[in-house]
Structure formats: C-alpha cells, structure tokens
Design a protein around this ligand. Structure first.
Ligand code: BDR
Ligand code: CA
Length: 317
C-alpha cells in the first residue's frame, strides 16, 4: 500500500478527495496536514478533524500555515465558493471530532514522517504549498527521501483552461506563489494536476446524487456539501455539477495511467499582474534557454495535460 500524507484545506472538493483516500485499498493514509486556503487554518483544521470522524480515520492531524510565506495585501477566504465554514454550511452536521490536533506543526510532522520512511512516502498537496515550502526550509534533505509530490494546482492553458482566481492564476498557487515556486523548483519529483485536467472532469448532478446513501452517511454528507459549490459553478461557468479539482489529484495518485503527462521545468510568476501564473518550459528554447536561464536551472517536473474523465469518475463510484 502507498503511504501518503495529505496536505489539505477542507474545502468541499478536499472532503471529496479525502473520502477516496480514506477508503481505497491501495492507500495507507498516514496523516493529514492542514493549511489556510478555502478558509482559515483554524477552520480547515476543525474540518479535517471532523472529517476523520466521518470517514473513520484514526490518524494524526497537524495544523499548518495560517498564511503565505510573503503576505501581500489582505487575506480573503472564498466563502462564496466553499461557504463560511469551508464545507458548504454542512460542517455542523459532522460528528464531534474524536481526537485533538497533533502537537507538531504540519511541516515538522512531514519532515519526521519522511525521515522515518525514506523513499516511501507520497505527499499529496491540495491547498496552498506553504507547508511543503516550510518543510523544505526546515529539512532540505527531504527532497531525496520523498517518493513523489502530487499537487492540485496551476493552470497551463491546455483545453482552454486558464486561471480561476485571475485570468492566469489558479487558487492554490495564487494563495502562495513564492511557496509554489520553491516546491516546483526543488529536486524532488512533482506532478501537477491543474485546472487543465481537473476542469475536464465534472461530477454532474446525477453522479453526485448517485453517491447518496453510500458509506454510513458519507455519500449523503458529500451530496449536501456540494449543493453550495454546485450553485457557484452553475452561476459562474454554467456547468451542472462540480469540477473535480482535489479529487483528480487523488485519482492521479491511485491510477496515474488515467493521465497524460508533459515534462519540463515549472516556474511561478511572483510579481505583477500575472502573479500566481504557472508556466512550464516544455520544449527547448535554443540560446534563450541557455545554462543560466531561470528555466534551465530548474528540475523537470510533470504537468497533467490530458485525463480519462470517465476513468476518474469510476474511481469514486
Ligand atoms: C483548488 O482551490 C481550492 O478552492 C480547491 O479546494 C482546490 O484545491 C482549485 O483551484
Ligand atoms: Ca483544496
């Protein structure tokens, strides 16, 4: 079984993704680490603890960053997307948490667990990359000990999918562009599952309704929580359902054959109107890509550019 640490900001699609991680026979979920993003870190941590109760998980939950590495401007949480409570107003329906929060900050838990099992652990990060960047700073040696980093984040323009917060920036990246640039520039293998593929996988009304009645209240909770999320996407993009986002990152972890990858260094724009844009250098650029360029100094990472939509949906049903 694949040992996994899930770094998350629950979040409605985070809750959906966690439901699969929690029950899949190929996954050994070791811990959750939480981060600000869809709501404050206090709220996402409370949600993570409550979701552990719902999914029957008895694993450490460590709280992480309350804000980005370099705060610029005010910090707004997207209540219009995920609700004030991060879970579409449904958090009050979750059972009271059976456990408390872990004593370690998230980045320390990550470093400890990775050092205890070198080469084995996959990090799946579906919120801002702040905890991962802090872990890299705390113990740079983890780059050679992490098996892979699977990220929900970024937008590279394939299938016409650009940003979802600005014309070029995806939410998890713009919430901490400096952290994301460090994570993608580190010498560990990163796979980016961005809007290019997560918006190609839509969980429509019939599909979500089909989840109802599953797993001792789990399907019903997810159906209820997605009402708010679905209304937002209906109003904004006219789709009848929800984009898969974090669920697709978990799908990649479980079955990478459902995705087509493209290799090349990935950088994040950290200044100006394109702050938060992700760019991949996926072919050579002759003399302009010379040895001192910002591209050639970075490791090759993988970006998902195609997905088998039905294959991802089948994993959840
Ligand atoms: C990402 O941003 C968050 O709102 C979602 O949970 C997902 O991780 C999508 O852009
Ligand atoms: Ca998320």
């Amino acid at each position: 079984r694949l040992p996994v640490i899930f770094d998350t900001d629950p979040g409605i699609d985070d809750a959906m993704a966690l439901s699969l991680l929690a029950r899949h026979p190929d996954v050994d979920l070791l811990a959750l680490t939480t981060v600000f993003g869809n709501a404050s870190v206090q709220t996402t941590t409370t949600n993570a603890l409550a979701l552990c109760g719902l999914y029957g998980l008895d694993i450490p939950v460590a709280a992480g960053a309350a804000g980005p590495l370099s705060p610029l401007g005010s910090q707004d949480f997207p209540a219009h997307v995920h609700g004030d409570d991060g879970l579409g107003g449904m958090s009050s329906r979750l059972p009271a948490p059976r456990q408390g929060v872990d004593a370690r900050p998230a980045h320390e838990l990550i470093c400890e667990m990775v050092n205890a099992r070198p080469g084995e652990i996959s990090l799946v990060a579906v919120g801002p990359m702040t905890n991962l960047a802090l872990a890299l700073r705390h113990d740079p040696s983890i780059v050679s000990k992490v098996r892979q980093v699977v990220v929900m984040g970024g937008a590279f323009g394939t299938h016409g999918h650009a940003g979802n917060v600005t014309p070029v920036a995806e939410a998890n990246i713009i919430n901490d562009p400096e952290a994301a640039d460090r994570v993608f520039g580190a010498e560990w293998p990163v796979v980016l599952v961005g809007l290019d593929v997560t918006q190609e996988v839509v969980m429509d009304e019939a599909y979500l309704a089909g989840l109802r009645g599953r797993g001792q209240g789990v399907g019903d909770f997810l159906w209820q929580a997605t009402r708010h999320y679905q209304d937002f996407y209906h109003e904004r993009d006219g789709i009848g359902g929800i984009y898969s986002h974090d669920a697709s990152a978990v799908a990649y972890l479980i079955d990478p054959s459902l995705f087509t990858l493209r290799g090349g260094p990935v950088r994040v724009v950290t200044e100006g109107i394109a702050r938060g844009q992700t760019i991949q250098a996926w072919r050579q650029f002759g003399e302009h890509g010379g040895t001192a360029s910002p591209w050639s100094l970075c490791p090759n990472q993988q970006v998902c550019i195609d997905v088998d939509e039905q294959g991802v949906l089948d994993l959840f049903s």
